[in-house]
Design a protein around this ligand. Structure first.
Ligand SMILES: [Zn+2]
Length: 306
């Protein structure tokens, strides 16, 4: 394992925020993993800590696996926000994942984006790990329409691999910027913000190990998936029609029948029923709104149509 600081942001009273890179193995093929772009998402950090421990064991020949390429981890890419538990850079609330490819002569977050982008742009594949923000996500890999990463998403062995519409790629995100430059990028997501779910971190880590095996960067025994992986091309979105208190009756990963109830929106003061929410199609609950209060238009449930 080679640990290095690849970028620093000096703080006004001394000290600095550092961008750390852990590198394992050698060779020209590189799998990069970026987590913690949003500082309130800890499942990626947990998954990367597990992956780093596993790769150290691989390097010291304590496992039947062998590295034949390189894995680079940028686990705490927005370190200051991870410490304070905020989604965005704490000083000016900038979303780091809207600033790629960054700017070396710019402000703190523009420079941070630049350091990350320069470090991952030579990768064969870059994986960005996230969690839900207002949603809790069933573990899933996301590729994008018109980009050739659908098979890599399936190779993670996570329960769902969603081919997202091209319009979902946000300007300035790491995934859009890399793919526009011809570098393959996948998103992995699972769980929710402000929580580290050990089981979720384990599933995401196993997904990255399967990906490294699929890419030929790691050699060794296959890891069978826990759930049969399914490619999702169609997603049904259920929105709140009224502001109110959201009382869901399903959980992520539930298999739904047509017209099945998903929950209700009620008046938080009187309890009056405002909206019965049900699904139009059968499928799996892939994302579920977790905050109790919703406003008109809030995304309540995403159903992966199967
Ligand atoms: Zn995120």
């Amino acid at each position: 394992m080679n640990q290095s600081t690849i970028g620093q942001i000096a703080l006004p009273m001394g000290g600095s925020v550092q961008l750390q890179q852990l590198e394992f193995g050698r060779g020209s093929q590189i799998l990069s993993v970026v987590s913690g772009l949003h500082g309130d998402e800890y499942n990626g950090l947990g998954a990367c800590a597990r992956l780093a421990r596993f790769l150290r064991q691989v390097e010291t020949q304590q496992t039947p696996y062998r590295l034949v390429g390189r894995v680079r981890l940028f686990s705490a890419s927005n370190a200051l926000a991870l410490v304070t538990g905020e989604r965005n850079w704490p000083v000016d609330q900038t979303d780091l994942n809207r600033l790629f490819p960054g700017y070396v002569a710019g402000e703190a977050t523009q420079r941070l984006a630049h350091f990350i982008y320069e470090a991952v742009r030579s990768s064969r594949l870059c994986v960005a790990v996230h969690s839900g923000h207002e949603l809790v996500e069933w573990p899933q890999a996301r590729s994008f329409q018109d980009y050739p990463t659908g098979n890599q998403a399936l190779a993670t062995g996570l329960p769902l691999s969603w081919v997202q519409p091209r319009e979902d790629l946000r300007q300035g995100s790491l995934e859009k910027t890399l793919q526009q430059q011809g570098v393959d990028c996948l998103l992995l997501t699972g769980g929710q913000a402000q929580q580290l779910d050990p089981g979720m971190a384990e599933q995401l880590q196993a997904g990255m190990v399967r990906l490294a095996l699929h890419l030929g960067i790691l050699h060794g025994p296959l890891l069978p998936p826990v759930h049969p992986p399914r490619q999702v091309r169609q997603v049904q979105v259920c929105l709140a029609e009224r502001a109110g208190l959201w009382l869901p009756s399903v959980r992520p990963g539930d298999l739904l029948l047509v017209q099945q109830s998903l929950g209700e929106v009620v008046d938080p003061l009187t309890g009056e029923l405002l909206q019965l929410v049900s699904t139009k199609t059968s499928g799996y609950v892939m994302s579920l709104h977790i905050r109790p209060l919703v406003t008109q238009g809030s995304l309540l449930v995403r159903v992966a149509v199967v």
